[in-house]
Design a protein around this ligand. Structure first.
Ligand code: DGL
Length: 258
């Protein structure tokens, strides 16, 4: 059975992988985290493009049948190049601003992402297609991914950074917060904790992982590649130290996300 390749700049894509394994358990997966080069979000577009293509080629060389770009920053920068160079199906995560904007309300929608994602024309074009894009405020969060890559996930370990990014909206009505980076899904409870203490409104969290896993299902079916029986396997690879990251990958695969 051929596996599905999933990559991210580091740990974040595991949040997608959890969702894929939950919804498509018959499939096998090969994960590649480019932890040596994380974070991507503060690099130039040319660097992100080259690194993302490299991840995709590594997975191709491992013989995968399809690839999931589980990194919003890589999608925004390199998805066209990846699709152009690869002959297998490619699916990718994107900031989930659509379901957030479809939720009725007059409060703000905060879109948290890497600095690169918020600047990219692909994301800006996506935002312009929303019903009421003026409700969406882009919040570049430089520094969050570094902390998460260091294995820090505690609820109270991000207040200083979140205050720097979100303090300006304290006391405002926030209807939704979009987690526009796959790493942020692992600190949902830190973000919820901050939102409860500082915002009015529900501040409901959205991420693109479930939608992307459903899209993967559709694409595999269209190509006649969907495994329908049995239970697949998951294996991990990293450009960093396997000794350091494999235990973190496994811990994140088994942790409960609220
Ligand atoms: N997890 C990545 C994303 O979804 C990027 C993090 C980074 O390397 O800056 O955007």
């Amino acid at each position: 059975m051929k596996a599905i390749g999933v990559f991210d700049s580091g740990l974040g894509g595991i949040s997608f992988l959890k969702e894929a394994v939950r919804l498509l358990p018959e499939e096998s997966y090969i994960y590649f985290g480019d932890n040596k080069n994380a974070p991507y979000g503060d690099k130039s577009e040319a660097e992100i493009n080259a690194l993302s293509l490299d991840c995709a080629y590594k997975l191709m060389d491992m013989g995968v049948k399809a690839i999931v770009v589980a990194c919003n920053t890589a999608t925004g920068t390199a998805i066209s190049d990846i699709r152009e160079h690869l002959s297998i199906p490619v699916v990718s995560v994107e900031p989930a601003i659509k379901p957030a904007c479809e939720r009725p309300g007059d409060g703000k929608i905060l879109m948290l992402a890497t600095s690169a994602t918020t600047k990219l024309s692909r994301y800006q074009a996506l935002k312009q297609r929303m019903i009421d894009s003026s409700r969406v405020i882009d919040v570049p969060c430089s520094g969050l991914v570094d902390r998460i890559e260091n294995g820090i996930f505690a609820d109270d370990a991000f207040d200083d950074l979140l205050d720097g990014f979100l303090g300006a909206y304290s006391g405002e009505k926030i209807d939704a917060i979009v987690l526009g980076c796959t790493h942020y899904v692992f600190i949902k409870s830190a973000i919820t904790r901050y939102a409860k203490a500082h915002f009015e409104g529900e501040a409901k969290l959205y991420d693109g992982n479930e939608g992307t896993a459903r899209q993967l299902d559709r694409v595999l079916r269209e190509h006649g590649m969907r495994e329908s029986t049995g239970v697949g396997s998951v294996c991990f690879n990293t450009s960093g130290s396997m000794e350091k990251y494999e235990p973190i990958f496994r811990m994140l695969m088994s942790c409960e996300l609220e």
